[in-house]
Design a protein around this ligand. Sequence first.
Ligand code: VGL
Ligand code: ZN
Length: 211
Amino acid sequence: METLTVDRIVTLNVDVQNDFCPGGALAVTDGDEVITPLNALNDFTRENGGIVVASGDQHPQETPHFGPDAWPVHCVAGTEGAELHKDLNILPTDIIVDKGMGQTDGYSAFEGITRQGETLESLVAPHGRERVALLIGGLATDYCVKNSAIDATKVPQGEGRLYVLVIEDAMRAVNLQPTDGEEAIKEMEAAGARMVESVDILTGRALELAK
Ligand code: VGL
Ligand code: ZN
């Protein structure tokens, strides 16, 4: 495995909200199994001076995103279903990205806005020749993880580099069709994202920080 040398790490926890976890309004099978690897990656990221970001659907009560030909009502802003899962390791100093507030699906975290009023793009875009690793996991592989990862590959890199690393064991798919998750992985790879396992990050096999 190629070990990437980077200057900065950003880890994006996509939509680990109650409504996408078992018992929620749009429960993803085994959705809560993303929490253990994400928590380890979040600690790793902070220990290495990086930035931890958690995105979340914050839908209005009425939106074309909900309906018989769309999704069941989920993650309505202000409800418990829209809160991050209590076991997800997110600290007050981490960055929260709200998305899906308007009348669009808002699948990508790059369509959202941080609680400080910034875009995710401004957080991850390399400064000068900086090499940045963006680690992405969460829910769901075939919607918000996929759209976020593909948008990440389109962030202007200038003279720097933005490596988009999708953590395969830290995401789960909705799988309306049984192969949707696999198809999503192929689409992310075709866009330039790399698939890795959390253990490869945590052991330093996939990533090292420049001295
Ligand atoms: C998502 C379906 C509807 C997701 C959001 O977070 O992947 N999926 N809204
Ligand atoms: Zn949604």
